[in-house]
Design a protein around this ligand. Structure first.
Ligand code: SAH
Ligand code: SF4
Length: 360
């Protein structure tokens, strides 16, 4: 371990912690003591780990970072969707959304509290409808910055989180290594202990990484943001489709589903006059049946400065009924967070603009 590449304590797996202990001449059971302080007792410094020898704590402080995220703003209240805006050690802003128990969200039972995690600062994929893509990409989040969103949100809300979705800012499969490191900590019995089946990654369609993820042991769920049932429609709103077209994407999805013996979920935002026609509904039905996938319809959340809007309720219901008539398991999410700008990236964008307007 060199001084230049200082790791953060909450990015390390149990095996890494054991190595750190051994390298510093301590028995490897120190690793479990550290994990217990981090993920059960939730301390914020090495100094608070009082059953570790003082000398060992001093060496840890020298060699390993212990960063934390600062809460900048909270929007929403108990019983509704709440958004947390965090400032990272380099001043970057990221947001995390806490969604109260709601029926049938990503296959979970209705008593689950879901957290929506960001995986990058900004996003490079530039989907036309998305606030996160508007200002481009800044950087990947490190594993500890992803893990900390869960810890800090539990601390701020006083609630125990038991369902995780990587659907906040960023494209998780473009930061796959760090995301997997974080999810292993979130999943591990020595970490946060959240079951892999209660962890979902959402992707806009990075076909090669979907295949890579299929080779991972972790039994996490995959949701694919389809938002269009033809190349024509996807090309209009998702630049990624020009790199991996629908057939390439669906082949990767099929590979994943077979390999993992898992049912995928397709997410489909309904945007008025863009992807909400009966023809798209029928085609989406055929795709979902072919892959035996579920479909989550999400009415579009308006983003300030973008021209898109959601279809009428009748139009949404009609789209849903066409899907159901074709034998697909489909749900229509009646957005809980619409009133607090719940779609990904929006709180950050709004706060950044306010800071720019009021700044020096
Ligand atoms: N980059 C990944 C995960 C983050 S986005 C992905 O695209 O899947 C998570 C989900 O929020 C995606 O399905 C995305 O399309 C959707 N989303 C983005 N902007 C939205 C908006 N304004 N209203 C509703 N859903 C939105
Ligand atoms: Fe990025 Fe997902 Fe937003 Fe597309 S929808 S710009 S991939 S965060």
């Amino acid at each position: 371990m060199t001084k230049e590449a200082k790791p953060d304590i909450k990015s390390l797996q149990l095996g890494d912690l054991e190595k750190v202990a051994r390298d510093l001449g301590e028995p490897s059971y120190r690793a479990r003591q550290i994990a217990d302080w981090l993920y059960q007792k939730r301390v914020q410094s090495f100094d608070e780990m009082t059953d570790l020898p003082r000398q060992f704590r001093a060496r840890l402080t020298e060699l390993v970072d212990f960063s934390k995220s600062d809460l900048v703003r909270v929007l929403g209240s108990r019983d509704t969707t709440r958004k947390f805006l965090f400032r990272l050690s380099d001043e970057s802003l990221i947001e995390t959304v806490l969604i109260p128990a709601s029926p049938a969200l990503y296959g979970s039972r209705s008593d689950r509290r879901t957290i929506c995690l960001s995986t990058q600062v900004g996003c490079a994929y530039g989907c036309k409808f998305c606030a996160s893509g508007l200002e481009g990409f800044s950087r990947n989040l490190s594993p500890n910055e992803i893990v900390d969103q869960v810890i800090a949100t539990e601390q701020e809300s006083g609630e125990k989180i038991d369902n995780i979705v990587c659907m906040g800012m960023g494209e998780p499969l473009a930061n796959l290594d760090n995301v997997l490191r974080a999810l292993r900590i979130i999943n591990a019995p020595w970490g946060l202990g959240i079951g892999a089946r209660h962890i979902t990654i959402s992707t806009s369609g990075l076909a090669p990484q979907i295949r890579q993820l299929a080779g991972e042991k972790l039994q996490i769920r995959l949701a694919v943001s389809l938002h269009g049932a033809t190349d024509d429609v996807r090309n209009q709103i998702m630049p990624i489709n020009r790199r991996y077209n629908l057939e390439t994407l669906l082949a990767a999805c099929d590979y994943y589903a077979r390999h993992k013996k898992q049912r995928l979920t397709f997410e489909y935002i309904l945007i008025a006059n863009v992807n909400d026609s009966s023809d798209q509904a029928r085609r989406l039905g055929r795709i979902a049946r072919r892959l035996d996938a579920k479909v989550n319809l999400i009415p579009y959340n308006t983003v300030h400065g973008l021209p898109w809007s959601r279809p009428t309720t009748e139009q949404q219901e009609q789209f849903l009924s066409i899907l159901r008539a074709s034998g697909v398991a489909a749900t229509l999410r009646r957005e809980k967070g619409h009133d607090i700008d719940a779609a990904c990236g929006q709180l950050r964008l709004q706060t950044k603009r306010q800071l720019q307007n009021t700044g020096p």
